[in-house]
Design a protein around this ligand. Structure first.
Ligand code: PLP
Length: 219
């Protein structure tokens, strides 16, 4: 099977497993722009990238109505570029980044839509590698960043645990979403779920799933 047909059949199969209304973000990191173009030609518009350089380059190669989601770790010196090409940032977890994004977005006459990334690890050891604010810090974080004029907080994002039952983690994410909506009623998106756990994430209200390998293959 050629690459295009392979992508088409995997995309169809995944789409048939989505709950109604759930937005599929195809994570195209490490895959060539030609794969993104196949997806685009199949009618898909939402793409996820983890790195600024890669996302910036691919976004310039694709037609303007493609929607770009940045979901990687944020480096402050890359923010100007990320705000230029991304429609959504999924990985906001730092107050100074929030202020900088807001400033950059205002200078570009846009509102940057952001998900707040919540760390879903059960045990937050001091050496925890995962990104995201602690769930219990959500209110405090929103209080500080919620009024930034260049930011639009759209919801919460989380990454499920490796090699563990993802259900408690996505239950925590759903709880964080409810608490966020108490503060910002419109911020109802939940970005949760990757290839290995998106069905569980949808059970817990995910509105956006981020899938790479199940559509494009192993990286
Ligand atoms: C790579 C990545 C994904 C996609 O992972 P797959 O297992 O390939 O579906 C989703 N979310 C984030 C944050 C990622 O880094």
């Amino acid at each position: 099977m050629d690459r295009r047909s392979e992508i088409a059949s995997r995309l169809d199969e995944i789409k048939s497993q989505l709950k109604p209304g759930v937005t599929l973000i195809v994570v195209t990191k490490t895959f060539p722009a030609s794969d993104v173009q196949f997806l685009y030609d199949l009618g898909h518009r939402e793409f996820g990238e983890n790195r600024d350089v890669e996302g910036s380059a691919k976004s310039k190669e694709l037609p303007a109505d493609a929607v770009w989601h940045f979901q990687g770790g944020i480096q402050s010196n890359k923010l100007k570029s990320i705000v230029e090409w991304s429609d959504f940032i999924h990985s906001l977890d730092d107050v100074s980044h929030a202020k900088k994004i807001s400033e950059l977005a205002r200078a570009q006459n846009k509102k940057q839509r952001c998900f707040i990334q919540v760390n879903l690890d059960q045990e937050l050891s001091a050496g925890s590698e995962r990104s995201g604010i602690k769930p219990e810090s959500l209110e405090e974080f929103v209080e500080v960043v919620g009024d930034e004029a260049g930011l639009e907080i759209v919801g919460v994002m989380g990454v499920g645990p490796l090699n563990q039952d993802p259900a408690p983690a996505f239950a925590n994410l759903q709880n964080a979403s409810h608490r966020l909506q108490n503060l910002i009623p419109e911020a109802r998106f939940i970005s949760g779920g990757m290839s290995g756990d998106f069905k569980v994430a949808m059970e817990f209200g995910a509105t956006h799933v981020r899938l790479g390998s199940s559509i494009l293959g192993t990286r």
